[in-house]
Design a protein around this ligand. Structure first.
Ligand code: IVH
Length: 682
């Protein structure tokens, strides 16, 4: 032990102060004053003192960032105040509309004190609870009301102070912000995973969310997550030392919380627009982390309170999103994927190009028509678009850059997997492999059968299913239920334990409700929405299998194409054999009553409006679900509307809902509210 401080208690105190200061300079100020070596030396000395004198170890000591692993699942925690999400503005006009609305609702004061504009970091929202300045609990956003407790993991994030740097901390506050993974850490992590033969993360956001939800904090500690704070929630009786968003950020900073260093106080909306432009076109490319917009907030907290929330979104803030990213690259080849229904889907293999922080090598081409209409040729320079999480898309070629070496492409006349002559589906502009035993169709069909929205059998990845098919252990979905442990364990890379877990998951899946089985069977045109309507109406698989087109048309929300497809599916001999095999393995063929009553009265007394095109439900199907849950559907939005279900291309109804401050939800949320989403229905 160094001789300058003989008393270990005093020395420990001093070391803690030095280490905290170094953390603050490094993580918050971005101006390290001591070397990494020196830092490690201080930390090691403190560890040694604490080992020799365990009574000197405090929970906020920097040596205590990494705790013991948890067993089982992460505990759930209810948020003090719900964690909201944000409404989006995709262009300057929408931003101006938002600002005008704040003025309509709260008067000139809503704009007089200006706006705070902050980067919208693409990570995972978390809340950090501090009691009298000490970090006691950290939670993920979860569904906004209930999140998961990830205290131990957040303790490993170096810019989460274990104690706030203030002599007068509030009694209780929750500091909210974004936990994210910088690009360099993300790349290192994926390089390491590649070397270890583990699957790589798709983007920094997923890897931040995944790292945050680890059971073992040591794993999180190695992931090098960062945090920045942007808001504060506190019980009503707690007094906070700020009155504007700008002051809030400054206060967080003084407490030792990292905040967005690029934030801008904007006197007018024009300043905001100018800032957005600079961020989008200049700053964004220089950052070491992903952002997907700028969050604009009305500055005075009193006005924020007056404006309040519209459902899950505050009226006082908006996310100004950036335009989707477009890049130009070479189209190397057009390849074909055979889907579970036999559809031949062409996709583009591209010369790898970076778009919005991700390397893009493949992109969808949708269907043959697009290739023909745009006269896309192999070897062309093409424009590729990537927006958020959606699969990159080829927009079209740049014909002026052709040099004559480009080749035209035609859809093959035979299935690339099984060589069966393809068939054309006239009304769908699609080409199909009609062979039900086509190995590509079998693989995709099984992948769909076990997927989350169908039988939800965990542990059967794409590669695993391919292994089972190659080994001849499965051919159709029913064969999955015939698998034996020793058979599975004999496969390469299958440990005894994972074989056992898999068989447990398969056994449990036999009890899934009928709608999941129906969706899993992959009947053409029957997705989750139709499967749920059919299961509710017919209650058993036998009744549905015996139904005529007319019987099926009697189900509200189900149309002629589906009715026809269902009847011809059950008339097929292969289907009949499959169903008998499933029955022999004890697979449930009924729709459990609990599941139906769950959502039956969940919307009683609610008046609901549907607008725009929903992703899977037709208008009638959605109406049927709402009415089935006791709700009432009307066509116009008014003050008495309880909420509006919004789909793509929603028009004036959405606008009216926003003006009136009526809650808007998406299809997924509707399914949850009627007790039919994948998580509630078990
Ligand atoms: S304010 C009630 N500010 O974006 C206001 N959010 O899409 C809630 N986000 O859930 C958020 N950077 O996780 C705010 N500077 C920022 C942000 C930010 C990223 C995230 C946050 C929120 C999501 C909404």
């Amino acid at each position: 032990m160094p001789s300058d401080s003989p008393d270990p208690a005093l020395r420990a105190l001093e070391l803690r102060r030095l280490i905290e200061r170094a953390n603050y300079q490094y993580y918050i100020q971005d101006q390290p004053e001591i070397s990494d070596l020196e830092y490690d030396r201080l930390l090691r000395e403190l560890q040694e003192i604490e080992e020799a004198h365990p009574e000197l170890r405090t929970s906020d000591s920097p040596t205590q960032r990494i705790g013991a692993p948890l067993q089982g699942r992460l505990p759930k925690v209810e948020h003090l105040v719900p964690m909201l999400s944000l409404d989006n503005a995709f262009n300057d006009d929408e931003l101006r509309e938002w600002a005008a609305r704040t003025v309509r609702l709260a008067g000139e004061d809503a704009q007089r004190a200006g706006y705070t504009a902050e980067l919208k970091i693409d990570g995972s929202a978390v809340g950090l609870t501090y009691e009298r300045g000490v970090f006691v609990r950290g939670a993920t956003r979860g569904n906004g009301t209930v999140g998961e407790e990830v205290t131990l993991n957040l303790r490993t994030v170096h810019d989460v102070p274990l104690r706030l740097n203030t002599p007068n901390p509030p009694e209780l506050v929750e500091i909210r912000g974004e936990c994210y993974m910088p690009f360099d850490s993300f790349e290192q992590l994926n390089d390491q995973r590649r070397r270890d033969g583990e699957p790589v993360f798709a983007n920094p956001r997923n890897s931040a969310a995944g790292s945050l939800r680890q059971l073992d904090p040591l794993v999180t500690a190695q992931r090098r997550l960062r945090f920045f704070g942007f808001s504060v929630a506190a019980p009503p009786d707690v007094r906070l030392p700020f009155t504007t968003q700008w002051e809030l950020l400054d206060t967080l900073h003084s407490w030792g919380i990292a905040i967005d260093p690029h934030r801008r106080a904007c006197a007018t909306l024009d300043d905001v627009i100018e800032f957005v432009r600079t961020v989008e076109h200049t700053l964004r490319a220089e950052l070491n982390f992903g952002i997907d917009g700028v969050v604009v907030k009305v500055n005075p907290l009193a006005i924020q309170e007056e404006l309040g929330d519209a459902g899950r979104e505050p009226r006082w803030a908006i996310a100004r999103k950036f335009a989707p990213d477009i890049a130009v690259t070479r189209l190397l080849s057009i390849e074909i994927n055979v889907g579970r229904t036999g559809a031949l889907n062409p996709y583009a293999r591209l010369e790898p190009v970076e778009i919005g922080g991700a390397m893009v090598k493949l992109a969808t081409l949708h269907n043959e028509k697009l290739i023909r209409d745009r006269d896309l040729r192999v070897g062309d320079w093409v424009q590729v678009k990537r927006a958020g999480e959606v699969i990159p898309q080829v927009i079209g070629p740049l014909p002026e850059r052709r040099d004559g070496t480009e080749r035209e492409w035609a859809m093959p006349g035979r299935c690339p997997r099984c060589d069966t002559p393809v068939e054309r589906d006239l009304d769908q502009a699609a080409v199909y492999c009609p062979n039900v035993a086509c190995p590509a169709r079998q693989l995709e069909g099984l992948v769909h059968f076990v997927s989350r929205s169908a039988m939800d059998i965990r542990g059967l990845s794409y590669a695993r299913i391919q292994q089972l098919l190659d080994a001849g252990m499965v051919r159709d979905p029913a064969d999955i239920f015939a698998l034996r442990a020793e058979q599975v364990a004999s496969l390469e890379r299958f440990a005894d334990k994972s074989a056992e877990n898999l068989l447990d998951a398969i056994a449990a899946a036999k009890q899934q409700p009928l709608w999941r089985l129906l969706n899993g069977l992959g009947i053409r045109h029957v997705g989750t929405g139709a499967a749920q309507l059919l299961a509710r109406h017919f209650e058993t698989l036998e009744t549905l299998a015996g139904a005529t087109e007319e019987d099926i048309l009697a189900v509200r929300g189900v149309g002629g194409i589906i009715a026809h497809s269902v009847v011809s599916y059950f008339a097929n001999e292969t289907t009949k054999t499959l169903i008998e095999k499933l029955r022999a393995h004890g697979v449930n063929f009924t729709e459990p009553v609990v599941h139906r009553t769950n959502g039956r009265s969940s919307l009683s007394g609610k008046t609901v409006v549907i607008t725009g095109t929903l992703p899977t439900l037709s208008r009638t199907a959605a109406t049927e679900l709402i009415e089935g849950a006791g709700g009432h559907v009307t066509s116009g939005v008014s003050k008495s509307t309880s909420f509006v279900v919004v789909g793509a291309d929603a028009g004036s109804k959405l606008e009216t809902a926003r003006k009136l401050g009526i809650e808007t939800i998406d299809e997924a949320e509707l399914l949850r509210r009627v007790g039919l989403d994948s998580k509630n229905s078990e």
